[in-house]
Each structure stands twice: as C-alpha cells, then as structure tokens.
Design a protein around this ligand. Structure first.
Ligand SMILES: [Zn+2]
Length: 516
C-alpha cells in the first residue's frame, strides 16, 4: 500500500467515533492471543502450589477466550455461502450490517484485494489521480454522509478482509464503492473548475437496458434486461451475484463488484417485487460533493423501496449528481414500469403499465440535456444514438408482444448496427465492442480500439423475480471472448492494461436464485 494513514486517523476521529473504541480493543485482544504461550513457558518451572493454581485459572481463561474467538468468527459467517459458477461468484450474505459486511469481506477477500489493486493502477493511468486522492475524497465528503448502517457494513467488510490478512480500511472500501462517481463525475468537475470544458465528455456511457410490460411482453408482465458496458480491465470483475438478506428492509439479489455494498452497474430484484436497472446519462458534467453519495442512495433504494414512488424519493433526496442515470424501475405488484431521468438540478419521470422503455446512455429531457450535458442529440453516429435507433426498432417494434426471457437475452447480445443496417462489432451495437471499432468512442474520449464494451448481461421476468431468480451471462452476451495476447499484439498501445487484463471469456447464460 503506497498511501499514508494520516487521513484515516483524521476521518476516524471526526466521523467515526465507533472506530476509535474498536481498533485499540482489537489490538489488546490480539496481544492476549499471541503471548500466552511465552507466559506458560515462563511459569512451568515454578513449583509453588499458588503458582500452579494461577496457571490453571489462566489456562482455563485462555481456553475460554480462544473458543469464544473461534465461535465469534463462526457466528459472524453464519449461513453465508459462496459458490463459483460459469464465471460468476454467487454469495449469500445474511444478518446484521456488521455481519453482512464481515461475510462479504471474508468470502471475497482475494477478489476485493485484486480489484482494489487493479483500480489503483487503472485510475492513476486514466484520471491522473493516485489512490490517496480517492481515499481523501472518501474521508472528506463521502464517509461523513453514510448512514450508520452502511458504515457498519463497510467496517464489517474491513474486518472480514483482515481475518484473511488483507489489510484495507473503511476509506479504501468507501472509495472502491464510489469509484464511478469519483473518477468520472467528481474529477471532471474539478477539471472544469480549473479550466472550463476540460472535464467534458468524461462521464462514460455504461450499458444497454430495457424494461417492458403490458402488450409489449409475451405474458403481459414485466421483463427487464441489462448489459454492462465498462472498460474490460474493470468490467471483468463485475462478476459477483450478491444475495443479501439484511436485518431490515428487502431481500436483494443483484450483480456487483467485489467489495460493493450496491450493485454499481445496477441490476437488481427484491422480494417485494421491485426491479431496478439503469443506463448512464452520457456526457453528464455536474457533481455536488455536498450531496449524498450515489452508491448509498442506490443501495437504500434497493433495500427500502416498496414502490416506484419510494425508489424515486430515495434517489432524489440529497442527490449529488454522481453517476447520473436513466433509472428503469418496475413493480411487479402493480405491473407498472417507470423511467427516472436523474440529473443534478433536474429530473423527470415517465411511467406506464403498457410500454417498453429503453436505455443506451441517451438522455431524453431537452432542458436537462441542455443544462447538464454536452450530449448532441442530432449526431446519429454516436454510440448512444445508434443504439437508441436499433433498440427502438428491436424492442418497441420487432419484438412487441414477444418479449420474454429468451428474447430478452437476444436483445442484450444483439449486434445489428442501425447506421449500416447490418451486423457489426463496434460502438454502435447493443452488445458493444469498442475494442474492434476504428473510431473508438469519441463522445466518451475513448481512442480507437479502446478495450471497452459489454462485459456481461442479466435478464429476468416478473415470474422469475417472484421466486428471486435471474439469468446472468459473464463476458460479452453475444458469446465472443476477448483474448488479451492477441489483442495486445495488434494494439500495443493498450499493453499497459495487460498487467491486470488478460482474457475475458464469455460463459453460458446461467440462472441464479436467492436462498429462501
Ligand atoms: Zn458482442
């Protein structure tokens, strides 16, 4: 670890008094654990009866402590499980915020370690900011705004990591959770403050998605689908299916990155019928560091919403503009779906019980586009607009009345370029492959052949969601592998990514089900 611990000390004093009490206590207990063997050796030559009694009493105390310590670890893991399946890691996490976090940190310790190391390397290269910068942002304006419940969960992740000898702290995990809003919203806002427009076009286009209901789906009930567009070096780690049963709120099944307390690319279902996904608003350029972190609002919306209105309320209250999205929301109890276009100053909602809504990183509200983005709606050659054209044809016309699980998978792996009217592998198709695009993606400042695009996909239906089931596909939903060796030979300008990105294999579609 390259950074200093000065910031942590400041943050813990100001914002997390709980930590001040907890850390020293752990240190004392550890001393007790380490030293009794020396103590016994020292005592054995003693012949006096008193000393023998002391030895006996202390030995009993030691055994009690050691067994308690083991039992505590076992209890904290509770019924948590982990299973590797077709490129995914399924984890079941259940209990108090502290214990959910501990289980998460413990079961995914190696993956969290690798992910943070990769991010330190990647973000330094891409944003010119070292990890200490991101930790400082976490300390200064993210951690203080987290609810006690989520601070406890993050501290639990830290404890679980430490139990497996991975030494990270709450600021590392907070920065990890906020990587999108910090790297692509906060950093550009600082650049723009220094020199107007120098931070434009940094907010990325993440994802292609749809939600449909009524006459648009085969059974008239809601169908929802999403594929995640990210740099492959990052997106290869978006391979966790988290099945979370918190003490309070909804049972959640979602995809996420290791160490995330939220989904991040945002695909989730809950046991009260709320379905949520999104695609980002491309070329968004505002951020308010005094607001509530996006990652916590996203987790709260999943955990505490019982209706579309609840989701909208939680997302809009204290909005910081980070990771500004077009949220697609469904409620299987009412068969209604909605789109929440959430900028910073402006937001707008569309909702219906008979519609299909699509997302490919285009914003719709003219005023929001004008005030909060540099998005050009008239340029048909951009990735958001080309995919919009394709999805309007495919989802709203060709598949109207036929949308179900199988056609949902087909949508997320679609390769028709609406500009050329034929199949292609580039920035303009729903299953994006910018690594094969001679133009790269200029609207997101990505050069030719930048290794970014669709890294995985998920689909579910109201009927499946009622049983807490979803289907997920790791790797390009079309089934094409990314092979690092071959790619770097042709495009050596990206060989620096080879340290953390080798291959991104495409696995079969796989069903995941939450534990009941
Ligand atoms: Zn593809």
């Amino acid at each position: 670890m390259q950074y200093t611990r000065t910031i942590e000390a400041t943050a813990m004093t100001e914002d997390n008094p709980d930590d001040d009490g907890r850390q020293p206590r752990q240190a004392v207990l550890w001393q007790w654990y380490e030293e009794p063997y020396n103590w016994i050796t020292f005592m054995l030559p003693t012949k006096s009866l008193i000393m023998k009694c002391q030895l006996l009493v202390l030995s009993v105390l030691l055994c009690t402590f050691l067994s308690c310590n083991t039992a505590t670890k076992t209890n904290r893991l509770g019924n948590a499980t982990r299973e590797n399946k077709n490129g995914w890691i399924y984890v079941h996490l259940q209990g108090s915020p502290e214990d959910i976090g501990y289980q998460h940190g413990y079961l995914l310790s190696n993956e969290i370690d690798t992910t943070v190391q990769m991010l330190q390397y990647f973000l330094q290269h891409e944003t010119g900011k070292d990890w200490n910068f991101y930790r400082r942002a976490a300390a200064n304006f993210l951690w203080p705004k987290l609810d006690a419940e989520y601070k406890a969960e993050i501290n639990g992740i830290v404890d679980g990591l430490k139990a497996n000898n991975k030494n990270y702290d709450s600021l590392d995990i907070t920065a990890l959770n906020a990587m999108e809003e910090l790297a692509y919203y906060y950093v550009p806002s600082l650049q723009n403050a220094q020199q107007p427009h120098s931070g434009d076009n940094k907010a990325p286009g993440n994802c292609s998605a749809f939600i449909a209901t009524g006459s648009y789906t085969k059974d008239g009930k809601i169908v929802i689908g999403h594929n995640n567009w990210t740099s492959y070096i990052v997106g290869q780690h978006w391979n966790v299916i988290a099945d979370i049963v918190p003490q309070k709120g909804n049972h959640i099944l979602m995809d996420c990155m290791p160490g995330f307390i939220h989904s991040g690319d945002d695909f989730l279902i809950t046991d009260n019928g709320i379905l949520i996904t999104e695609t980002t608003i491309t070329q968004f350029n505002l951020f308010d560091s005094t607001g509530i972190p996006e990652f916590m609002r996203a987790r709260k919306a999943a955990q505490y919403s019982n209706s579309i209105d609840d989701v909208i309320r939680i997302f809009t209250e204290g909005n910081n503009g980070g990771y500004a999205n077009d949220w697609l929301i469904g409620d299987t109890k009412t068969n209604e779906v909605a789109k929440l276009e959430l900028g910073l100053k402006l937001h707008r909602v569309w909702r219906s019980k008979d519609t299909a809504m699509i997302g490919s990183n285009f914003a719709s509200d003219p005023e929001l586009i004008k005030q909060e983005t540099t998005f050009i709606t008239s340029d048909s050659t951009t990735s958001p607009n080309a995919r919009k054209k394709r999805m309007e044809q495919l989802v709203l016309v060709d598949l109207k009345g036929k949308i179900d699980l199988e056609t949902g998978k087909q949508i997320e792996g679609d390769h028709v370029d609406a500009l050329q009217g034929k199949n292609a592998n580039n920035r303009c198709v729903i299953c994006g492959h910018i690594d094969e695009d001679i133009k790269g993606c200029p609207e997101w400042s990505l050069p030719a052949y930048y290794p970014m695009g669709a890294v995985q996909g998920k689909v579910t239906t109201a009927a499946l969601a009622a049983n807490m089931q979803l289907w997920a596909h790791m790797g390009h939903p079309c089934g094409e592998d990314f092979v690092g060796d071959t790619f770097y030979k042709v495009h050596p300008e990206f060989a620096w990514m080879g340290k953390y990105l080798t291959n991104m294999k495409a696995y079969p579609w796989t069903m995941f089900e939450a534990k009941k």
